[in-house]
Design a binder for this molecule. Structure first.
Ligand SMILES: [Zn+2]
Length: 368
């Protein structure tokens, strides 16, 4: 199923539902002179707006790549969900503001049974809409739809509070809608901040989820016996369904270019099919079995134990003809003096194996 079409269809259902709710609530709210029902209507209007923004964002994000933007426009969706987060924040702030106003002005609305019926129906509609949004969001992995779904579920709580306030005011003549509105407003603000944090994290760029990193590595390792290890996995996303990445694989140094080429192509295809990642594969040669290689590696591993901020060493290779030793080091993000540590390691190795040159590369801890 086409992702864009799914999102647009879902959003249109959201817009139509919300516009209907706005109409009914505005009508009954003005009749009853109820600030909380009118506020509820305004809130639904912002929801319709969110859905509209989702549609526009999805359309823009699906624009074809071109020379200036070869990665496409997928990241526009992160801007859209940021915008929706701001709308949620606005709705929360409005709810609090209006509630405080209604408390200060001490207004006494006059409700009838129609208010109860319409607000009750709105609650059910909002719950169904929220669940529908969340189901679709999960299906097509859309942050914007997810935010809209969360928003709709909160709205149903908001309407529920309004309903309680109506019933209490009709039966006991106590007006509690102001207090309820403030509490609900705070909850709406909280969900707005969470949505904002999530979409900003996508824009800034965040660490690949451990589960996904492991799944990619395991796919490569399980399918190819000749791959001895997968390292330096990097995945950059250019929208929810488009990623470009790279990884290093370790293979025995006797393997030929012809075999490597085939291996790379197979890995690229598998990773693309399973994860929609366009993957570049780099090679580390391995020859751990030779006498001198073992000796140097064991000594190196012993040295590395002294450095708690080193979390991985890989790509170890000894070229006995050129008297060259290659390996990569990954530090955690707390090591302040990476180059100092590297030169210390180099010196220590050099003292013991003076005939060798050590070529050490510092890798970044991009993923688990
Ligand atoms: Zn590396």
């Amino acid at each position: 199923m086409n992702r864009e079409k799914e999102i647009v269809k879902t959003s249109i259902i959201g817009i139509l539902t919300n516009i209907l709710l706005v109409g009914f609530k505005a009508f009954i709210g003005i009749l009853a002179m109820s600030i909380s029902i009118i506020m509820d209507a305004v809130n639904n209007l912002t929801d319709a707006l969110s859905s509209l923004i989702t549609i526009i964002g999805t359309k823009l994000a699906n624009k074809k790549p071109n020379k200036a933007h070869p990665y496409g426009y997928g990241r526009i969706e992160y801007l859209t969900s940021t915008l929706i987060a701001f709308i949620i924040l606005f709705a929360g702030a409005t709810a609090i503001y209006e509630s405080i106003v209604s408390l200060v002005e001490n207004k006494t609305p006059s409700y009838d049974n129609w208010a109860i019926i319409i607000v009750s129906v709105a609650i059910v509609v909002k719950i169904l809409l929220g669940l529908f949004f969340r189901y679709k969001a999960k299906k097509v992995s859309s942050d914007a739809l997810k935010s809209s779904g969360t928003d709709a579920l909160f709205d149903s709580i908001l309407s529920l509070a309004t309903l309680i306030a109506i019933i209490v005011s009709m039966t006991a003549h106590v007006y509690i809608e102001g207090y309820l509105g403030i509490i609900i407003g705070l909850f709406i603000l909280k969900s707005g901040f969470e949505a904002l944090k999530e979409s900003l994290a996508q824009i800034i760029g965040s660490r690949l989820e451990t589960e996904k990193a492991n799944a990619i590595k395991n796919l490569i390792l399980d399918n190819h016996k000749e791959v001895l290890g997968v390292y330096d996995l990097i995945v950059n996303n250019y929208g929810p369904d488009k990623s470009i990445g790279s990884a290093h694989i370790e293979v025995n140094d006797s393997i030929t270019a012809k075999e490597i080429q085939l291996l790379e192509r197979e890995i690229q295809t598998e990773v693309y099919i399973n994860f929609s990642i366009i993957m570049t594969v780099g090679i580390y040669a391995s020859n751990d079995s030779t006498e001198i290689s073992k000796k140097i590696k064991d000594y190196l591993l012993e040295i590395l134990k002294k450095y708690p901020h080193i979390i991985q060493m890989h790509g170890f290779y000894v070229d006995e003809v050129k008297k060259l030793v290659l390996f990569d080091i990954i530090f955690d993000f707390d090591e302040e003096n990476q180059s100092g540590v590297i030169s210390e390691i180099n010196t220590t190795l050099k003292e013991k194996f003076s005939e060798f040159t050590f070529n050490i590369i510092i890798d970044t801890d991009f993923s688990d």
